[in-house]
Design a protein around this ligand. Sequence first.
Ligand code: TLP
Length: 348
Amino acid sequence: MEVIDLRSDTVTKPTDEMRKAMAAAEVGDDVYGEDPTVRKLETIAAEMVGKEAALFVTSGTMGNQVAAMTHLARGEEVILEAESHMFYYEVGGLALLAGAQTRTIQGEKGFMPPELIAQAIREENIHFPRTGLLCLENTHNRAGGTVLTPEQISAMAQVAHDRGIPVHLDGARIFNAATALGIDVRELTAPVDSVMFCLSKGLGAPVGSMLAGRKEFIEKARKNRKVLGGGLRQAGILAAAGIIALEKMVGRLAEDHYRARLLAENLANIPGLTIDPAAFPTNILICSVAKLGISAQHFSTLLARHGILANPTSPTEIRFVTHKDVTEDQIKRAINNINQVVKGVNHF
Ligand code: TLP
């Protein structure tokens, strides 16, 4: 049976060009700063997001956590959106690794009203922790790949900067955001102090993410990466694929968005499923199965029997993610199979 994997863009496999570049990569010991391919990737990455320096890390989670460890002193408070990846999906790393206390704000599609951020920032008081960091996420995963505009990012960052608080951007899918807006990614990264973005999601590299920021910040971050066991040796093998991800794969993300739109519009026509296609501007869709009268987990199991893989994100919602390894034809077959599953559930 053909399997169409819509669980995540993390499932993408490296391209042939990446595999060839990996095999041919010039390497050295990166802990000594001697891997030319890693250095090249870090230079390209920093340039692309308009920052002084960048650091290759093994995963998005590591990039975010290293950023938090580098910005924060232990016992400080970090402000972040209530559904953000750093709060929701990073295994409590902010508490465990950065020793930080979290203060969440319920946002709207990832946007936190600046006045709520201002209210959450702590005054000086002997009882209070110091607010040490504001984190943003673009695109916002749990909101369904929603996009923050440069104006929204600036408005949020400004409130923190006015009080001397740095801003970190979880930009795991920042190139999806820039693609959806039709702007240079630097417009989205200029207002923040540090940004993490992933090579191994829609961009197709097998492993790795980048953390970018000012030179001194990245030097400190390099040491924090080492603490976590992330000081890699001949990592040029991985960086070689990352370079292709940045140079060749950004331009095709619009295809993933187009396919997500096609899928969303068709799901919207299936009675029993609820989705507003206009709410999902990039490659992530969240669809409610509440009207079907079965749990999202059960629906996911039924889909898997028809070769469609998709993850539940709540008891009533299921997430579909498009990516380079799912063709337009496969999306059409997925629509057909999803329809069959819904018809099988009951009167739908
Ligand atoms: N997200 C994964 C899962 O962890 C949920 C996915 O399948 O979407 N920031 C954001 C916004 C992310 O979506 C992710 C991964 C990360 C950070 C972490 O990246 P990795 O998986 O490389 O640690």
